[in-house]
Design a protein around this ligand. Sequence first.
Ligand code: COA
Length: 338
Amino acid sequence: MTRAGTSTAVITGVGAYLPPNTVSNHELVERLDTTDEWIRSRTGIARRHVISPGTTTADLAVEAGRRALKSAGHDRVDAVVLATTTPDRPCPATAPEVASRLGLTGVAAFDVSAVCTGFLYGLATGAGLIAAGTAQHVLVIAAEAFTTLIDPEDRATAPIFGDGAGAVVLRAGRADEPGAVGPTLLGSDGENADLVAVGTSGGARRADGGPLPREERYFRMAGRQVFRHAVTRMSVVCADALTAADWTAADVDLLVAHQANARITSAVADFVGIPPERRASNIELVGNTAGASVPVLLADAAADGTLRPGHRVLLTAFGGGLTWGAATLVWPDVSPVL
Ligand code: COA
């Protein structure tokens, strides 16, 4: 994925934004047939952040992007890549609006759609723009107003998901610099697209011309099957990413895994051989923010000192598509902005 010379993407800033409104398990219990104990023990989640009416993905993305740029110490990039499952509109992409609101009118700006793997796909895309010489600096944002897809009456999904955004700034650099993005592995399996899906409210339904039934309006997930795929795919891609980087599990100072479910992260880390003290987690207070979860966790872990300069980091994610990915990097000396 990376090349010698100055064509390697190097992280120079990280930021995150979570909307201020939070919903606790206790609030969910008032309207759903569930318990705080069930949600905590089956997912590890106690609370999630939820947007207020009127806030959109673009708002979250602009705030996270602004923070990442502040962390990087500059306000110019050549490209903005926005990973999101919840673009403000089906057309156009949300990234150009985000870029303009960040004072970046004129730069390349486009969306990437890979659900919970969105950040890793966006990171690989940003690194690819740098490797190709198309851009010297790239802002990669992952932003999700994911709760807008959730059926408030579905106890299988409502407790899990939250809203938020995270971002990193990349610049062209060398593979041996701290912050250099190492081998990045990505995969997909469209044969299982229906396991994690929002009905057919997009192009497929519009092509039919039919009305949109309620059950097709919301996100549905075959939880148990998705759980199994998530563990298997992330375990294998993590092992492959370590091999590609010529690392072993013992070399990893911190696993930063998509915060889907605390039990999924544990199973993946156990498989790869990373002990509990080397696993980053913020799922208890953030929930599953889909594509945003990896950069939000990077920012949180860097802010609380769990992630320190020089740490060797293994990133991984899994999501609808199905999609998955993993990457390695050595954490740079950057101050996160949250
Ligand atoms: N409260 C109480 N009971 C619940 C519940 C809730 N919120 N949600 C489901 N249940 C019940 C089920 O109805 C089922 O009851 P039954 O045994 O009587 O049929 C039981 O709990 C077990 O359900 P199951 O779906 O097997 O639970 P689980 O242990 O697999 O946990 C998930 C459910 C969704 C938390 C889990 O499957 C999961 O995390 N899946 C992957 C999610 C993921 O990775 N998403 C990201 C991909 S984009």
